[in-house]
Design a protein around this ligand. Structure first.
Ligand SMILES: [Mg+2]
Length: 233
């Protein structure tokens, strides 16, 4: 049995529409009456996010002054994970089929995310993804957890998972430096996917073991290196 630990947002869920709507809302809310702003298109905005341009800087480049940009970033942080916006998340094309394939091949599927329980449950329920992850294979933050930084919090989740789950050869798939840090902390091979919130340049910088375009390709890499590629052919 091989364990596949997957991050949620990026490999499985596309959060770009949610993030963009929150961006537009925060921009509109922060601007002064009659102040002209220049909102980015969704494609432009998402490219900036994937290049890891800080939130305040995105606000500034959209026409806010420095002080407004700080308020904008603060409002964005308080809004982006709220329930009214979570409904805009959609599964990444091919992700559900890949989960089905991995399940059929006998993989032990575990999800590991910086979402809180209620935020993860919303998506699992709405998108029919709960079937892939047993209750004790869902590693996320409690509804009251005090977040520090993803690169610190995620290795803690990984530490708990490795302590609690039966020992097995394990792979990690994720889209950010937090996933790579979590995998590294337990010597787990990690595949970075480009379907999330980091572009190739950023992912390269954080040095995952492999970079794949998406979850579909990530599973292929795992199969290839586990001697299972014939099974899937
Ligand atoms: Mg992610």
């Amino acid at each position: 049995m091989i364990r596949l630990i997957t991050d949620f947002d990026g490999p499985i869920m596309d959060v770009s529409e949610r993030y963009y709507r929150v961006y537009r809302y925060c921009l509109t809310t922060t601007r002064r009456p009659n102040q002209s702003i220049q909102p980015f298109t969704k494609a432009e905005f998402w490219a900036l996010k994937r290049a890891q341009v800080p939130e305040a800087e995105i606000g500034r480049r959209s026409g806010l002054d420095a002080e407004q940009a700080q308020a904008f970033a603060k409002l964005r942080k308080a809004t982006v994970h709220t329930m009214p916006y979570l409904q805009y998340d959609t599964p990444v094309p091919g992700a559900i089929q890949t989960l089905e394939k991995a399940k059929a091949l006998g993989f032990d599927l575990t999800v590991m995310t910086m979402r809180r329980v209620r935020e993860l449950d919303e998506a699992l329920l709405r998108c029919g993804l709960g079937q892939f992850f047993q209750a004790n294979h869902r590693y996320c933050l409690s509804n009251t957890y005090q977040k520090t930084a993803d690169t610190k919090d995620k290795p803690l989740l990984m530490e708990r998972a490795i302590a609690e789950l039966p020992s097995a050869p394990t792979w990690m798939v994720g889209d950010t430096e937090a996933d790579i840090a979590a995998a590294r902390s337990q010597d787990i091979p990690v595949i970075g996917v480009l379907s999330g919130i980091r572009d190739r340049d950023r992912l390269n910088h954080y040095q995952p073991d492999w970079i794949a375009n998406n979850f579909v390709e990530a599973l292929d890499i795992i199969l290839e290196h586990s001697g299972l590629s014939q099974v899937s052919a």
